[in-house]
Ligand binder design. Structure first.
Ligand code: SF4
Length: 340
C-alpha cells in the first residue's frame, strides 16, 4: 500500500479522494467507488500502486491512436478496478474486479522496472490502459516522470473523469490523452457509467489539449439502442470540432456485445459508416471506423490530394507512406499529429 496523494482529511476520520470527479467521501475502513483506495485510520492509501493485472507490448494503433507515432509500440499496463462500471465493458474481467488487500491476482512491477521492460522490448513509449489509468494515479505519475527521463512517450487511455487538479499534476509528463466519449447526454452517462453529469469529462479533455498540449484522440463505441441516434452523434462530433478542433481524430467503433449487454447485436457497419458521415458533415477531417478489420475507414488519406498515406488492417499499419515529419509524400501537405 502507498499513501495516496490529492485527498482531504475530513471530520470523523473520513477522507475525500480528489483523483477523479466522483470525489468519494470514504469512511474509515472503507474503500472508494473504484475499490483501489482505502481509508485506513483517517489516511487514504492506494492498493493498486504497481499492481499490474495485465501488460503487453502493443501497437499504438490498438489504443487507438492513429496520428501519434504510427507503427510504434507502447509498453502497456493495466491494474484492477475502475471508477466506472459500464454494463458492456470489454475489459470487465479486470475493470470490474476488486483488488485484494495484498494485491493478489496481480504482479508487482515497480515504475523503474516498467521502464526497463519498455526498453528491453524496443518500445518507443508507455501506455496506461485496459482499465481507467487515473485509479492508480500515483503509479502512473511516477512512471510518466521516469518515462520522460528515459525518452519514452506517454499515453493515457482514459474515460476522462480525472479531476483537473490530478490532470495538472501529470500534465507535464503526458504526451497523449485518448478519451472515451461514450455519449452526449446525462441520461446516457447515468445508464452507462452511473454519473450524474458528464460535462467535467469535456472540460478535462479540453484542458489536456489547451493547457498541456497533449495529443488528443476521441473514441465513441457506438452501442445499438444507446448511442447510435443521429442527434446524439452529431452533438459529439460538433463538440469535438468546436472545442478540440477539426483536426482531432474521432474513432467510431463497433460495439461487441459483452456482459450485461450481451443480448445486443454488434453495431452494424452501416451505422458506423453513417456516424463517420455525420462527423465529416460537421467538419471533422479525421473520422475513423474501428473494430472492422480491412474497412477503408481505418486508413488515413491526404485531405488535399486523397493519396493513401497509412493503410491499416486491424491493429497495425500495413503500410505507412507518410514522408518524414508526417507529410503527404505526394503533395507535401502536413498531417496533424505527432510523427517521427
Ligand atoms: S479515484 Fe476511486 S476513490 Fe478516488 S474519487 Fe475516483 S472512484 Fe473515488
Amino acid at each position: 500500500m502507498k499513501e495516496a496523494i490529492l485527498y482531504d482529511r475530513l471530520s470523523g476520520n473520513k477522507v475525500r479522494c480528489n483523483i477523479c470527479q466522483r470525489r468519494c467521501e470514504i469512511p474509515e475502513g472503507k474503500r472508494g467507488y473504484c475499490w483501489t483506495r482505502l481509508n485506513q485510520k483517517g489516511e487514504l492509501y492506494s492498493l493498486a500502486y504497481g499492481r499490474v493485472s495485465f501488460m503487453s507490448v502493443a501497437p499504438i494503433e490498438k489504443k487507438p491512436l492513429y496520428h501519434f507515432y504510427p507503427g510504434s509500440f507502447a509498453m502497456s499496463f493495466g491494474t484492477l478496478g475502475c471508477n466506472f462500471r459500464c454494463p458492456g465493458c470489454q475489459n470487465w474481467d479486470i475493470a470490474h474486479a476488486k483488488i485484494d488487500l495484498d494485491g493478489g491476482q496481480t504482479e508487482y512491477v515497480s515504475p523503474e522496472d516498467s521502464i526497463k521492460l519498455a526498453k528491453r522490448h524496443g518500445c518507443e513509449g508507455m501506455s496506461w490502459t485496459y482499465n481507467e489509468p487515473s485509479i492508480w494515479f500515483e503509479y502512473t505519475l511516477d512512471g510518466a516522470r521516469l518515462s520522460k527521463k528515459a525518452n519514452l512517450y506517454t499515453t493515457y487511455v482514459t474515460n476522462g473523469y480525472i479531476t483537473c487538479e490530478a490532470l495538472d499534476m501529470i500534465g507535464p509528463y503526458l504526451d497523449a490523452f485518448r478519451v472515451d466519449l461514450k455519449g452526449f447526454s446525462k441520461d446516457l452517462y447515468k445508464k452507462i457509467a452511473n454519473l450524474s453529469d458528464f460535462r467535467g469529462i469535456l472540460d478535462v479533455t479540453k484542458r489536456a489539449k489547451d493547457k498541456w498540449r497533449m495529443w488528443v484522440e476521441i473514441v465513441t463505441n457506438i452501442i445499438p439502442g444507446y448511442s447510435d441516434d443521429e442527434t446524439h452523434l452529431r452533438k459529439i462530433a460538433s463538440w469535438i470540432v468546436k472545442d478540440l478542433g477539426e483536426d482531432t481524430p474521432w474513432h467510431v467503433t463497433q460495439f461487441i456485445p459483452h456482459l450485461k449487454l450481451k443480448n445486443l447485436s454488434p453495431t452494424p457497419v452501416a451505422t458506423l459508416e453513417r456516424a463517420r458521415g455525420i462527423g465529416q458533415d460537421v467538419g471533422l477531417r479525421w473520422v475513423y471506423i474501428g473494430n472492422i478489420p480491412g474497412h477503408p475507414g481505418q486508413n488515413t488519406y491526404c485531405p488535399e490530394c486523397n493519396e493513401l498515406l497509412i493503410e491499416r488492417y486491424d491493429f497495425g499499419p500495413v503500410q505507412n507512406m507518410l514522408a518524414p515529419g508526417g507529410k503527404c509524400q505526394n503533395c507535401g501537405v502536413e498531417i496533424p499529429g505527432r510523427f517521427h
